[in-house]
Ligand binder design. Structure first.
Ligand code: SF4
Ligand code: SF4
Length: 380
């Protein structure tokens, strides 16, 4: 296992972090519950083999993740890891909710404090809401009374919003962002990652495999990997890209099986900051281009076409279709489209008024695409 300093906090952390959002599950009646015995064994096995960072959050596994993580960390394991959980910002309706939720989470985890407490899935609206509830005072007080060691935030919005949050508080101990070789220009972006580094805010990366999609490349991408002189698995290329950045402390992987834990441990044995050659970096850019070339609709998601007067979810349909084509997951799109039809946002609602095409900066033939997709995927 490789270790790096966690920014300037004065301790080291394993490059691989255990994300407790995809723990093994089993059926209990008609419900999926965490297979606690297996999950606890997996988490402890990862720690025994060198993983020293564990990430959970209030909503993971319907609230069960924090409890299971707490159980896994009994018996001397808590002292071996940096433990992070997150404030469910959406559940904060008044100022005192922040204290109440933190206390509830510490109880579930069965610990007196967490090392990092993150404001979960921050974006513009949530920042404004928490500002109104004086979130800085809450975090400062929780640090002072010892319930959290360091505050941070996890993030899902755009670059500008990321900078605004970074500058909104002086004591961020870290920021957790979605980052992988397809998302270097999305959400916080590589520029945001660099900006955080310059401000001394270490980065923890989530979704390094883009929800697992980068682990299973389509045939043309796979062929490129097979023909490249340096042999790495698809998973390894994705992890190696993120691990190359000095600003990145830990890379989270939501592991579900012991096999995945062992595969990841092997990969993180040798992934180092700056470990990729210039040729490797160019190759990863080529992989990204290949993925992007598989997206048939040049929709940028700007949403200028919204709202459609008839409720058609234009960018959402295009985004889901592009993703499905990019990763060869047509059945996934069919399911997504059926859900959109149920919610009244599918393309069958289009009356071809042309309002969307008139404002689309990409001049996309939106109506043609909607018709084509509706013909092919309208649920019977
Ligand atoms: S053309 Fe169809 S999708 Fe576009 S705005 Fe009109 S009804 Fe909505
Ligand atoms: S305006 Fe065009 S590019 Fe923008 S979201 Fe709508 S379809 Fe996509």
């Amino acid at each position: 296992m490789q270790y790096v300093p966690f920014g300037s906090h004065g301790f080291q952390v394993s490059r691989l972090g255990f994300g407790a959002m995809r723990l093994p599950t089993r059926k209990e009646g008609d419900k999926n519950v965490v297979d606690r015995e297996q999950a606890i064994q997996m988490i402890r096995h990862a720690i025994d083999e060198g993983v020293s960072y564990v990430d959970t959050a209030y909503p993971y596994h319907g609230g069960e993740s924090e409890i299971v993580v707490g159980q896994a960390l009994q018996g001397g394991y808590r002292e071996k890891v940096t433990l992070t959980t997150k404030l469910p910002v959406w559940a904060v309706n008044e100022e005192k909710d922040m204290n109440r939720l933190l206390d509830e989470q510490l109880k579930k985890l069965d610990v007196p404090y967490v090392d990092f407490y993150l404001l979960h899935a921050m974006g513009r609206d949530r920042l404004e809401k928490l500002q109104a509830f004086h979130y800085r005072d809450f975090l400062n007080q929780a640090v002072k009374d010892g319930r959290i060691k360091r505050p941070g935030f996890s993030f899902h919005d755009n670059y500008q919003c990321f900078l605004d949050i970074l500058h909104d508080y002086d004591n961020w101990g870290m920021a957790q962002i979605q980052f992988n070789y397809l998302d270097d220009k999305n959400q916080a972006t590589e520029e945001g990652l660099r900006a955080a580094g310059k401000m001394g805010v270490p980065i923890v990366v989530m979704e390094p495999l883009r929800g697992g999609a980068l682990a299973v490349p389509p045939p043309d991408v796979k062929e490129m990997m097979e023909n490249y002189p340096v042999r790495r698995s698809a998973v390894e290329w994705a992890f190696a890209y993120v691990a190359n950045f000095a600003e990145v402390a830990t890379i989270l992987s939501g592991m579900s099986t012991e096999e995945q834990v062992d595969d990841n441990l092997k990969i993180f044995d040798h992934l180092t900051v700056g470990g990729l050659s210039e040729a490797d970096i160019q190759f990863i850019r080529a992989l990204k281009e290949k993925y992007l070339s598989r997206m048939p609709i040049g929709c940028t998601g700007c949403r200028y076409c919204m709202p459609c007067p008839n409720g058609v979810g234009i960018p959402d349909i295009f985004h889901a279709y592009n993703e499905a084509r990019m990763f060869d997951r047509n059945e996934g799109f069919a399911r997504h489209y059926a859900r959109m039809a149920q919610d009244g946002h599918d393309a069958s609602r289009c009356v071809q008024c042309g309002a969307c095409e008139g404002v689309c900066p990409q001049h996309l033939p939106i109506i043609d695409w909607l018709q084509k997709l509706n013909t092919e995927y309208q649920p019977k």
